[in-house]
Design a protein around this ligand. Structure first.
Ligand SMILES: Nc1ncnc2c1ncn2[C@@H]1O[C@H](COP(=O)(O)OP(=O)(O)OP(=O)(O)O)[C@@H](O)[C@H]1O
Length: 228
């Protein structure tokens, strides 16, 4: 599903953000990527989104070599991944329904499909009664649910979440994690970058630990501080 082969990233100023990384993530896995500040997590995410290019090595998404994806293929590539960020990134002048529908509209989905899919994902994330609310009329947790619904409405095979609970209190964070776990159990591969030790330790999923741009730990059913 996701395969990084000898991937290194050196930024223009000479900083080596990733150093010969090899990672293989299979379909249906739930994987945490952890590491201290500056360890290379954001660089890893940006490479998967093709926001930046590796200096060396190859990245495959669903067996597709990202190195050969042309600029015009990038939006499609990103839609195959549902993406969720710490700061939600909702469109402020659109309601919950419109925010989610917009993600489908840009794929030129039919009105029929939009009418069917949007209520379905809204109820999946428990927001069916908030369809007409604007983002500023929602709590942080609800906003993140909208972001999740928006990421899921295109039926992505991979959900990539970069610090999705970073702005949420512990209880709300847990609700979002439960939702991510359910989404994973329905078959979506979940890749989650986080600093949240408590969550990582409690979930007992695969944990990939980065340090100074290297993979220093990769264990099944791990915790935040495990290294092997
Ligand atoms: N555009 C850039 N130009 C030069 N160096 C960069 C750039 N972006 C990141 N870096 C450096 O690359 C290294 C890895 O950064 P990265 O943002 O991937 O870390 P991170 O693990 O996501 O950190 P954080 O948890 O603080 O977000 C750091 O040393 C950082 O200073």
């Amino acid at each position: 599903m996701i395969h990084l082969e000898n991937v290194s990233k050196v930024y223009e100023n000479g900083t080596k953000a990733l150093d010969n990384i090899n990672i293989k993530i299979e379909k249906g896995e739930f994987v945490f990527v952890v590491g201290s500040s500056g360890s290379g997590k954001s660089t890893f995410v940006k490479l998967l989104l093709k926001e930046i290019e590796p200096t060396e090595g190859k990245i495959f998404l669903k067996n597709k070599n990202l190195g050969v994806v042309k600029r015009k293929g990038i939006p499609k590539l990103r839609r195959e991944m549902g993406i969720v960020f710490q700061d939600f990134r909702l469109l402020k002048n659109m309601t919950v329904y419109e925010n989610i529908a917009f993600a489908l509209k840009v794929t030129e989905a039919s009105k029929r499909k939009i009418r069917r899919q949007v209520p379905m994902v809204m109820s999946m994330v428990g927001l069916a009664d908030k369809a007409k609310n604007y983002p500023n009329q929602l709590s942080g947790g609800e906003q993140q649910r909208v972001a999740l619904a928006r990421a899921l409405v295109n039926n992505p095979v991979i959900l990539l979440a970069d610090e999705p609970t970073g702005n949420l209190d512990p209880k709300t964070s847990w609700e979002i994690m439960k939702l991510l776990d359910e989404i994973n159990k329905r078959g979506t591969t979940v890749l989650l970058v986080t600093h949240d030790k408590e969550i990582v330790n409690a979930m007992q999923k695969r944990v990939i630990t980065l340090s100074n741009g290297k993979v220093i730990g990769d264990i099944q059913k791990g915790g935040y501080d495990n290294e092997n």
